[in-house]
Design a protein. Structure first.
Length: 146
């Protein structure tokens, strides 16, 4: 009888340890990031301010692209070298920002559904000049990237 009680206690202890260990694994899993409210589905969005906001001193509103952009100077507004945060709300692909126009210079990537609230933490604050989704990396200089 004593042997049977020890066996039950060991089995119970083992099951509790497994259950708690499994719960710990689930507790460590990060939830999916929510896209900023102004970054619609299918877009990569860059912001002149930190935390997906816009810096009043740098003035441009959020820069968004659906496919790619060879030069973030658009019309009378420039979005070059002002991005301090960015989010990829694309449908399925990784997005990329490059330090130079037309996919030149250093780059950083964003998996779908992720962003960086402070590009300075990645050494890329006020650096982006062009941007692409993975499927458009070969489209540099095309009408798609205007």
């Amino acid at each position: 009888m004593v042997h049977m009680n020890r066996l039950r206690r060991k089995l119970t202890s083992s099951l509790v340890a497994i259950a708690l260990g499994g719960a710990g694994v689930f507790a460590l899993a990060a939830p999916a990031a929510a896209a900023p409210s102004d970054c619609g589905p299918g877009l990569h969005c860059s912001y002149s301010g930190y935390n997906y906001g816009n810096d009043a001193f740098q003035q441009p509103s959020t820069h968004k692209f659906e496919n790619c952009v060879d030069d973030m100077y658009i019309g009378w507004r420039t979005y070059k070298n002002v991005a301090s945060s960015a989010f990829n709300n694309g449908r399925s692909q990784t997005s990329y920002l490059y330090a130079g126009t037309s996919k030149t210079g250093n780059s950083i990537s964003f998996a779908r559904g992720t962003g960086t609230m402070n590009l300075g933490n990645r050494g890329f604050n006020d650096t982006a000049e062009s941007g692409y989704f993975a499927s458009t990396l070969g489209s540099v200089g095309s009408a798609l990237c205007r």
